[in-house]
Design a protein around this ligand. Sequence first.
Ligand SMILES: [Fe+2]
Length: 419
Amino acid sequence: MTYWFNAPGLRNLAPMGSTSTARSLSGTFLIPKLFIGVNAIPERGGGIIRYILPYCTTKRAFIIGDRYVSHLSERVATAMQNGGFTTETWNRTEPEVPLTNVEECASAMTAFEPDLIVAVGGGSVMDMAKVAWIRYERPDITDLRTLSPMVPLGLRKKARLLAVPTTSGTGAECTAAAVLTDEVEHRKFPVSSREIVPDFAAIDPTFTMGMPPKLTAGTGLDALAHAMDNIIAGVSNDITDALAIRAIELVFKYLPRAYKNPRDREARLKMHIAATTSGMAFGNGACHLTHNLGHALGQVFKIHHGVAVGIFIIPTLQFCAPVTNKYLEVCKALEIKGKTDEESLANLISRVRQLLAELDLPDNLEGLGITREQFQSNLDRMTTDAYEDPSVFGSPRWITREECRRMYEYTFEGKDIDF
Ligand SMILES: [Fe+2]
């Protein structure tokens, strides 16, 4: 079995496809229809449900959640029922979405025959909904690991997808990708198709009010990593830049508040909007080195996705600085000054370090509790996984396998990247 992103033809062509020149040959901007605010999906029905109804003939909603937020999927089930839907709730999504778990979900979905799929949860639940939807509509696609983004799926003959995020970070409600876990290879891999961008999303901050501080910090950093990467990515454009910059401003202003006071309603609303805004940006642009390095680290050491990618924001900025000075746009938005570009970058990096400290997070792997021995014994595997991860294609500076290794070594100690 070869993962779709390791197919030789695609791997050779991908770096060209991620350049701004190639990207400008065609342009799409795919996002769901958004309902935003505290009443986006009211329990009495109405809101976004009234808008969705005409798209559904049988009005059968299959609601996907997990055991952590089952009270929220039940809340949505009540809202859907009051809005005229027959519902079934499946709260068995496992973290990191193992492939066998996808098959369980797809079987239950197929038995219910919905014309609306509703994802109520964080990134894993939304990813689960996207891929179970593929298996429901295309049972002939039996191996998601080999499914190329180029293959037309012909979705929406049976159902549409509504996303109701309950964390503020992944942006999965706006993206054309899902990350799954291959239990056989012990490895995460993405499934990507422009057809799996959800049709609708309810961005309701009341769904995030119960998030514990650690999860608030991790998911918020994920949103920041998406936006920071996107700004310097080769495929970014004026629209994604505007969204990413706004998301960055919101995260710096409101994430520490949401972290320190989980009941701060304004901070929760702003962070929910920041995550979706960042999702729109990188969903139509790219996130890159924070994510290929963070994916492999998170998988090996079982570190929360947002923390794992957030710790690579600084190394990524430093590594890419020789080929782009678009970080100056972030400096301008955050009113960070410097006499030279280098000084501005250094001041921006200090600001990111300050944010990490406010969230009680380190800027190095040692600070996450990883010992030198553990690090060394897993370095080869992380290096390979990070180098092969298709997120690398979005980086404005091409990274070699050896440089991936050095990025880990430097980040272990929190050293500035100087190569
Ligand atoms: Fe992410």
